[in-house]
Ligand binder design. Structure first.
Ligand code: SF4
Length: 209
């Protein structure tokens, strides 16, 4: 019988830049076939395929070594971040980690890429990702609908600003919920916004508050 493999997107979690330690690479090697290819994505993730019958053990081992893993497919991807060059607290790293914990892996009509950046310089490119969060002084802004690829490339629009962390989580949840409930199968988020209407999404979010 052919062995079944499950793809996982793996990275070292949110921190100052994207790093993997030698011990983490060894763990990755331990569970992969010798000739298996590992894909390196533009989202700071490695895509590995692990044997289904070893999945739980692999996850446990990954967690022990501080490797983060995410589902592959039509889910919210792990939060792409900037390098937090001005410091963990000042740039809101705990908020980025919490946001990532809440939203990554949520089911959506089409793969959704969220991004976070610790200041308006915007190294995390929040305006050209599906959902972009920007820390501005003590508060947070949310942009939606950015797209970097193709002839329909567009800049995300500001949907909410001056947010405290709890409000930020709440509004991102609502945005994802509206997309999940109303998006067509495999409809990209930016296309969904253009069809459904940015202003209608905004109205729905703030009516719910
Ligand atoms: S967005 Fe700001 S805090 Fe983040 S890496 Fe760039 S300059 Fe540093």
């Amino acid at each position: 019988m052919n062995k079944k493999y499950i793809p996982l997107a793996v990275n070292g979690g949110i921190g100052f830049g994207s790093w993997l330690k030698p011990k983490q690479l060894l763990v990755l090697g331990e569970y992969l076939e010798e000739d298996q290819e590992i894909e390196l994505t533009t989202l700071q993730q490695l895509i590995v395929k692990v044997p289904e019958d070893e999945l739980e053990e692999v996850k446990r081992k990954f967690e022990e070594e501080g490797l983060h893993y995410y589902k592959v497919g039509n889910y919210v991807k792990s939060l792409r971040t900037c390098n937090f060059c001005k410091g963990e607290e000042e740039e809101g790293m705990p908020v980025a980690k919490e946001l990532n914990r809440r939203i990554s892996g949520k089911e959506v009509p089409f793969t959704l890429r969220p991004a976070y950046t610790g200041c308006p310089i915007g190294c995390g490119e929040p305006l050209i990702n599906d959902i972009g969060v920007m820390k501005k002084k003590e508060h947070y802004e949310i942009y939606i609908g950015g797209q970097s690829k193709g002839q329909n490339a567009q800049v995300g629009k500001l949907i909410a600003d001056k947010l405290e962390p709890d409000k930020l989580y709440d509004i991102v949840d609502k945005i994802l919920d509206i997309y999940y409930q109303n998006g067509r199968k495999r409809e990209k988020f930016s296309r969904f916004i253009n069809r459904y209407g940015f202003e209608d999404i905004k109205k729905e979010i703030f009516n719910k508050n």
